[in-house]
Design a protein around this ligand. Structure first.
Ligand SMILES: Cc1ncc(COP(=O)(O)O)c(C=O)c1O
Length: 333
């Protein structure tokens, strides 16, 4: 059971897959695809309410975050973020020999605006915020982000990988704020993690220079057509999104039945669970039973669980209760 990567439990329904197969049949494999990704960028622009020249596409939000760091930072430059957050930011910074500066969340996961501004030095180039945040699942207000965009000397990038689950976005401010960039993905609510499509919305000048830094033909023709197909059928995403939100309540209810586990409120398709035991030990126990969750390695007291199906939630909760029972028996409590 795979509840560790915040994927969608729902794949494309068979009747839609048959329609997609028809469209894919018409894609020539012997010709290079559109290097400008025009049809896809137009579909994204229409769905995000932006202009096509503000859209940059790449093989997943990961590729866009790495691109942003590569574009903004030379060796030794700094990327600021608020942690705990998406664990790959550090990897993408070090790939570019940039330094990641981690500022901890304030009490109750408040955005630490003063601390972030206080950490700005001459080499600060990029502020990377995940909103809603992974792995905490919380949505922080937009106002302080806009305040930071005004006062931060570099680019402020907001990773909205989980935007579809909360519909709270900074996209309408992109362009008015000259240094604000939003990054999104089709891996979550669109159920297309295997497709590898993400996009950034950026002021046209920034979007143009990001595109200039990409190798040509970033996305293959089959990928471009599939992503456009999905964006033209938002009802599929809406249906799956609705089911995921309902399943999130089911997961919270199931976890509520596990002694010692507290699921935090979430604006995403996953729940952060605080445990009263070692998260390492719990993760190992679940893994031995072929249940994959994410050990977020935070105080050894947190696991992150993706929203799955009610059957999966019941099995997970039963395993967590069994772990708790065995631990209590060992401790003689
Ligand atoms: C916050 C965040 N950003 C980016 C990504 C990666 O998205 P993609 O699959 O589009 O590369 C993830 C995936 O889990 C994520 O949680």
């Amino acid at each position: 059971m795979k509840l560790n990567q915040n994927e969608s439990p729902f794949d494309l329904p068979p009747e839609e897959r048959a329609l997609l197969a028809e469209e894919l049949k018409a894609v020539p494999l012997n010709r290079y695809p559109d290097p400008e990704h025009q049809a896809l960028r137009q579909s994204i622009a229409a769905s995000a309410g932006a202009a096509p020249d503000m859209v940059v596409v790449a093989a997943g939000a990961n590729a866009l975050i790495e691109l942003l760091i590569r574009w903004a930072c030379g060796p030794g430059d700094q990327v600021l973020t608020v942690s705990p957050t998406y664990h790959l930011y550090g990897r993408f910074a070090s790939m570019n020999r940039a330094e990641l500066i981690d500022i901890p969340w304030g009490p109750s996961f408040v955005l630490p605006v003063a601390e972030l501004l206080g950490a700005v030095g001459p080499r600060a180039r990029l502020l990377l915020l995940c909103r809603p945040n992974n792995p905490t699942g919380h949505l922080f207000p937009a106002g302080p982000v806009l305040e930071l965009a005004e006062r931060f000397p570099g680019v402020v990038a907001v990773d909205e990988a989980y935007f579809d689950f909360c519909r709270d976005t900074l996209a309408p401010f992109v362009g008015d704020a000259p240094n604000l960039v939003v990054v999104r993905t089709m891996s979550k609510a669109y159920g297309a993690a295997g497709l590898r499509v993400g996009y950034a919305l950026a002021p046209p000048a920034i979007a143009g220079s990001l595109r200039d830094l990409q190798a040509p033909y970033g996305l293959g023709g089959l990928t471009q057509v599939t992503a456009t197909f999905l964006l033209r059928r938002p009802h599929i995403m809406e249906r799956h999104r609705g089911a995921i939100l309902a399943n999130r309540d089911d997961l919270a209810r199931r976890l509520g039945e596990v002694p010692g586990a507290t699921a935090l409120p979430s604006a995403t398709n996953f729940l952060l669970v605080r445990t009263d035991c070692s998260a390492d030990a719990l993760d190992r126990y679940l893994r031995d039973r072929r249940i994959l969750v994410r050990n977020v390695r935070w105080e050894d007291r947190h696991i992150r669980v993706s929203v799955g199906t009610p059957d999966e939630h019941a099995e997970l909760a039963a395993a967590m209760r069994a772990f708790h029972g065995e631990r209590d028996a060992e401790q003689g409590t």
